[in-house]
Design a protein around this ligand. Structure first.
Ligand SMILES: Oc1cc(-c2ccc(F)cc2)cc2cncnc12
Ligand SMILES: [Mg+2]
Length: 214
């Protein structure tokens, strides 16, 4: 049996990036996925929008749903202020194993806690396990049919506070129509769409930013 796409991506990082240099890890993955083999990272175009929202929020506690190989984990963690924490949840153990190595290669392991398992089971455990009062920022980038239930779960577990920013990937492609309806029609969110393109392609996609109003 051969290697997997995540394993080939890790090899590309180890070959082309500089250990401890997050920027070089991001560039190595973007180069590999644009020129060698497409993969479902948020990518460099939507990544710039993620960077700008993150810089604006400057979260002390951040949550990522859907780690995959850790590309957006590295994008987020590299911009966190000292002492800030990112918790990232990944359901697929093979993805998580690669992500741990990519996050460590970037030298960001001290800012990131990667938790393996279903987000629906882990979200209610955030307070007791990680001493989280509430999240300042949430990046939704996992299975699209989990966006609404997990957002409701975050509300019900008291993990969102007035001003928490949710940023959701793929609201156009593959699409999260129920999520868009939910956050755009709810009086508890102020939403804004950032038009962009599906990673490494010319296909339209976008990010939806939603501020929780409490
Ligand atoms: O950014 C993403 C893109 C795609 C995807 C796959 C196939 C295709 F044709 C188009 C888009 C799937 C994702 C699943 N989880 C998280 N993020 C994803
Ligand atoms: Mg995505």
């Amino acid at each position: 049996t051969g290697s997997s796409r995540p394993q080939r991506m890790l090899k590309a990082v180890q070959k082309n990036a500089t250990k401890g240099d997050p920027k070089s890890v991001i560039s190595a993955i973007d180069y590999y996925c644009r020129h060698k083999e497409w993969a479902m990272n948020v990518g460099d175009e939507k990544g710039l929008i993620l960077d700008s929202v993150l810089t604006e929020v400057n979260p002390s506690t951040a949550l990522e749903l859907g780690t995959y190989c850790g590309y957006s984990t590295v994008r987020i963690a590299r911009l966190l202020s000292p002492g800030s924490k990112l918790i990232t949840i990944e359901f697929n153990p093979a993805f998580a194993a690669v992500a741990r190595q990519i996050i460590a290669y970037a030298g960001l392991q001290d800012k990131v806690t990667l938790v393996e398992g279903p987000s629906g089971d882990l979200i209610p455990k955030m307070k007791e396990r990680f001493g989280i009062k509430s999240f300042d920022f949430v990046f939704l980038d996992h299975w699209k049919d989990r966006y609404v239930p997990d957002t409701k779960l975050l509300e019900d577990c008291g993990l969102l506070r007035k001003g928490t920013v949710l940023l959701a990937d793929n609201v156009i492609c593959p699409g999260a129509p129920e999520y868009l309806k939910y956050v755009r029609n709810s009086p508890r969110y102020e939403s804004q769409y950032y038009k962009s393109n599906l990673e490494y392609t010319k296909v339209e996609d976008g990010l939806e930013k939603s501020v929780f109003l409490g």
